[in-house]
Design a protein around this ligand. Sequence first.
Ligand SMILES: *[C@@H]1O[C@H](CO)[C@@H](O)[C@H](O)[C@H]1NC(C)=O
Ligand SMILES: *[C@@H]1O[C@H](CO)[C@@H](O)[C@H](O)[C@H]1NC(C)=O
Ligand SMILES: *[C@@H]1O[C@H](CO)[C@@H](O)[C@H](O)[C@H]1NC(C)=O
Ligand SMILES: *[C@@H]1O[C@H](CO)[C@@H](O)[C@H](O)[C@H]1NC(C)=O
Ligand SMILES: *[C@@H]1O[C@H](CO)[C@@H](O)[C@H](O)[C@H]1NC(C)=O
Ligand SMILES: *[C@@H]1O[C@H](CO)[C@@H](O)[C@H](O)[C@H]1NC(C)=O
Ligand SMILES: *[C@@H]1O[C@H](CO)[C@@H](O)[C@H](O)[C@H]1NC(C)=O
Ligand SMILES: *[C@@H]1O[C@H](CO)[C@@H](O)[C@H](O)[C@H]1NC(C)=O
Ligand SMILES: *[C@@H]1O[C@H](CO)[C@@H](O)[C@H](O)[C@H]1NC(C)=O
Length: 535
Amino acid sequence: MPERMVATSWLLLIGLAAAATAVVLQARAQPDSIGFISIDCGLPGTANSVDDATKLSYAPDAAFTDAGSNENISVEYVTPTLAKRYLNVRSFPDGERNCYTLRSLVAGLKYLLRAEFRYGNYDGLNRPPIFDLYAGVNFWSRVNVSSPDGLESLEAIVVVPDDYVQVCLVNTGSGTPFISALELRPLKSSLYEQANATQGLVLFARRNFGPTDATDIIRYPDDPRDRVWLPLVNTAMWDVISTTNKVQNLDKDPFEAPSKVMQTAITPRNGSDNITLFWDSEPQPRFPTPGYILILHFSELRLLPSNAVREFLIEVNEVVWRTSLGSTSIRPDYLYSDSFYRTAPLLAAARYTVHINATVNSTLPPFINAIEVYSVIPTTNAATDSSDVSAIMAIKAKYGVQKNWAGDPCGPKTFAWDGLTCSYAISSRSRITAINISFSGLDGDISSSFANLKAVQYLDLSHNNLTGSIPDALSQLPSLTVLDLTSNRLSGSITPGLLKKIQDDMAITQTFALTPIHVSRQRGRASLPSTLLSL
Ligand SMILES: *[C@@H]1O[C@H](CO)[C@@H](O)[C@H](O)[C@H]1NC(C)=O
Ligand SMILES: *[C@@H]1O[C@H](CO)[C@@H](O)[C@H](O)[C@H]1NC(C)=O
Ligand SMILES: *[C@@H]1O[C@H](CO)[C@@H](O)[C@H](O)[C@H]1NC(C)=O
Ligand SMILES: *[C@@H]1O[C@H](CO)[C@@H](O)[C@H](O)[C@H]1NC(C)=O
Ligand SMILES: *[C@@H]1O[C@H](CO)[C@@H](O)[C@H](O)[C@H]1NC(C)=O
Ligand SMILES: *[C@@H]1O[C@H](CO)[C@@H](O)[C@H](O)[C@H]1NC(C)=O
Ligand SMILES: *[C@@H]1O[C@H](CO)[C@@H](O)[C@H](O)[C@H]1NC(C)=O
Ligand SMILES: *[C@@H]1O[C@H](CO)[C@@H](O)[C@H](O)[C@H]1NC(C)=O
Ligand SMILES: *[C@@H]1O[C@H](CO)[C@@H](O)[C@H](O)[C@H]1NC(C)=O
């Protein structure tokens, strides 16, 4: 029998505020003036929807993906306060991997990505699916929307290697992937130092202490970075301390917790109690022992009289944390936000327990303003070389190539595009080395973008309907040794550049409607008369 109530609480109570939205007429496929990209997935037409709570404008998603279809959630899950972005979804019944591409980013900078999934029985099957989510070429999370009216909101902090990032949904055979909303927010590089080029942070919990209303969510504009701070309410255990004064961030603050979050804190109702919080490890299929990063935010909100001391220690799974000065006692500053965290993940455990205990010299009980818990994911899979990506994307768009051409062309290896061969190397970008898009119904001229695939050795465009001449720029491809143009409707003659390349080391295969001529050359052999090559 418990003798008294221990101030212990789960971190993961679910709290959701829904907001109605208005509509403005504007489509946006690029970051807005504050660098945000907000997408209402499945929203048809060109009109944006504006969220009532944040006043942020959500663009329809057609400009960000070329696959899937728009669906409405079932009427029984439509409530008057439901945010407009949850009314419809985009679902991806075809293809193993389908992606959104978010452009106009800055390569090497840090971004917060948030993907939201509210099933709402849009397909009438009453069976929420389970599928995988990728940030670029790296696995982000499994999506498991366990109930039709549940909202799964997944957030990651990642450094993007290119000036775009793709968010991909992967069908794992447990239902059709879908998505309700997708958001990208830029972060200063100095924030969340635990997120870098080789590791990302996946949000586990971000809780604000102090609100007494479970729908009192803080995000943009109170948090200029639009992190979502869910309240953790337990009025039976905790008293609220609050202020209307602004809580400042110190120079070079590593997290910049917003003032609105820091303006409230909780303290034990019984002044001799300590604060105890815990969470249980949630193993993921890919990460059976997730590495957790814990960040605690404090600001003293009372101007203490000179005879009062508020001092506490932080103990996490039996380890008492030390400050950078080596002390275990913490006295948070008045109206400045202060954070305690480690750069390395906590030692793996089934349960993580955090004690915030008054020290013997403290005359006042401990408090806490906010907490964040992340798990670490590796982001070491290299994306394809960005100029190869731009070139092959342009080729895909020009010819409307169907196949499975979605996401990164080469990575991860299991999802590489059909017809492409890539080179993979540790710690360098994948390159496209061979392309076979024969028998693919390509028409129009030969795209000049082929000439930008600088690592290509083998290019097979045979058995299509290509017209026009062979671009001389292809001769600039340093590694090209085989060019197969058999069975097209090309015209013109082989340019001097290509001719030289053929004489050097390249084989070219070409046929004509009336007089098929095959010219096939092996590396550096005797030259053929140029008349034979003229088209
Ligand atoms: C979704 O609902 C809207 C508004 O009620 C309607 O105009 C639209 O046709 C519906 N779309 C689908 C795919 O059913
Ligand atoms: C999905 O979530 C449900 C409910 O939380 C759980 O029972 C089930 O094991 C989960 N499935 C997977 C594959 O994670
Ligand atoms: C990212 O941080 C981890 C953990 O601190 C470190 O091991 C890794 O070397 C860092 N990566 C880069 C690219 O700085
Ligand atoms: C507060 O906690 C102390 C120590 O656990 C206990 O002795 C005391 O009865 C509690 N006071 C109240 C009002 O519950
Ligand atoms: C609170 O923490 C202090 C210091 O760690 C400890 O001495 C004290 O017993 C704790 N109080 C309770 C009620 O557990
Ligand atoms: C902190 O207080 C808790 C009880 O509230 C106690 O179990 C724990 O041992 C204390 N930690 C330290 C370092 O005193
Ligand atoms: C408590 O305060 C006394 C007097 O200032 C000091 O000597 C002692 O080291 C302090 N104890 C702790 C645990 O901070
Ligand atoms: C190129 O693709 C075609 C059609 O898919 C296939 O028949 C052919 O074998 C492929 N060529 C090579 C070298 O893989
Ligand atoms: C090639 O293009 C011509 C003219 O547009 C068309 O009639 C023909 O059906 C096309 N052939 C193939 C195989 O796509």
